[in-house]
Design a protein around this ligand. Sequence first.
Ligand code: PHE
Length: 529
Amino acid sequence: MAEQLQQLILDTLNSQHVIEDTRNLVLPGQAVAASTSEDQITILGALNSLLSRDMIQYETHEVVTHAPTAEGAQILKEGSHEARVWSVLPPKGHGTPMTPVQLKKEIGDETAKVGQGRAFKNGWIGKEGDGLVKTVSEIKDVTQLDIQEVANTGTLKAGEKVLADLRKRKLIVQKKGQWFTVRKGPQFSTSTAKPETDLTVDMLTSGSWKTASYKKYNFEAEGIPTAGGALHPLLKVREEIRNIFLEMGFAEMPTSSFVESGFWCFDALFVPQQHPARDLQDTFYLSDPKESLPPNPEYYKRVSTIHEFGGYGSAGYRAPWSPEESSKLLLRTHTTASSAHMLYKLAAKCRGESLEDDSKEFTHGTSTAEASGKTDDGFRPAKLFSIDRVFRNETMDATHLAEFHQVEGVVADRNLTLADLIGFMRVFFQKMGIEKVRFKPAYNPYTEPSLEIFAFHPMLDRWVEVGNSGMFRPEMLEPMGFPKDVRVHGWGLSLERPTMIRYGINNIRTLVGHKTSIEAIENSPAVMF
Ligand code: PHE
């Protein structure tokens, strides 16, 4: 149909040069001219297709047309109410007149009621006794004929008065319609062969590309949305926090080691071997391989000694040391394991070893010993951070998964004080958009003093815990070889919490896991703290 119609339009244009009024076209397979609005919509489709190939041009004209309502359509099929009344009645003088009750039964209440009045008015029926009879032998169902004309042509020759009457009787409705005047376009031809949209090898080898007609580029087309990658909200927030660290002069620590030993995750941090955090219920241990390679034997000795017997002014834990516990491989429960490893490397020169190449870039390079009136003891200050994944054997719920990300900062310098740590964190959190912070004394096995960090959350209208911090213990730093006046402070927070707050997410599963909506990830805005 579509192609036949396009062909008809082109042929008509070819012979007449212009189609003044598309309502005069007789569509393929139809007997009468295309006067209904549906017909014109079909024509419009064909016109637009031809227009896109520049084969024609057209102008649009708006008109008001009419179309039958559902009741009108029923009359087209079955006749008007009055005609149906007339048709069931016996002719006058023949048979038994029909009572109004019988009539209702025969053709239904509504038709009988509406039809009787009109049939009387038209002089089609009359009374005989108590009953009704036909008074004429033939009728002309004008209502049906009028609706038929409206259906065919969208209007009535009889004029507006009759149209208005049919509208009032709700048999037809007014509709906005369109019709078109069509002229030849620059690419006019009577051939509807589809224009080519692509050059193919076949066309090139056969030479048919020379004569083929081509579809024009539509530069206004919106195009298919490209399915590009999108950064996950966690990665966006990570980038923001990373930038804060970088602008504060921090260097990023390598944290690719998800698997650590009990030694680096706990022992080196002076976490007692009996600490509940080391239980199976809290930590994922590896079954294969089970054990780590041994750490540097001298450092190991210093660490185990300070746990078991104390030293450097500490009483130690005075509990038996278990080498097995120390060599167990596990999924790191905090990135402080990596920080410990990094600090150990930083202290290499203080131990009289040479600084490993990969740790040079993490120090500030200049000795601060002279400023303290001492000879160079190998110590170099450092500001380090990491944002990476950690694992805990937690029961999963709306806010906890067995793995999450930790943001961690570590600062090493001589004679740092708790005030330095607090001041630093105020600046850091301020850069994250958190103005009001409060600190509460807390306990970490590896820091003393330790502080929990609380921030006032304007959206939640309450103080929420945002992090944990402290000054690393001498029990941790001195076995590494750091001079006594070197202090290291650190703090940690989760990446998920600020991300969830930022994006108004209250279930972690919306953010991570199989229930995450890819669309929501793609549409999540870049954030500004
Ligand atoms: N490791 C701590 C935690 O998991 C964070 C922290 C890092 C605390 C450094 C003090 C110093 O919560």
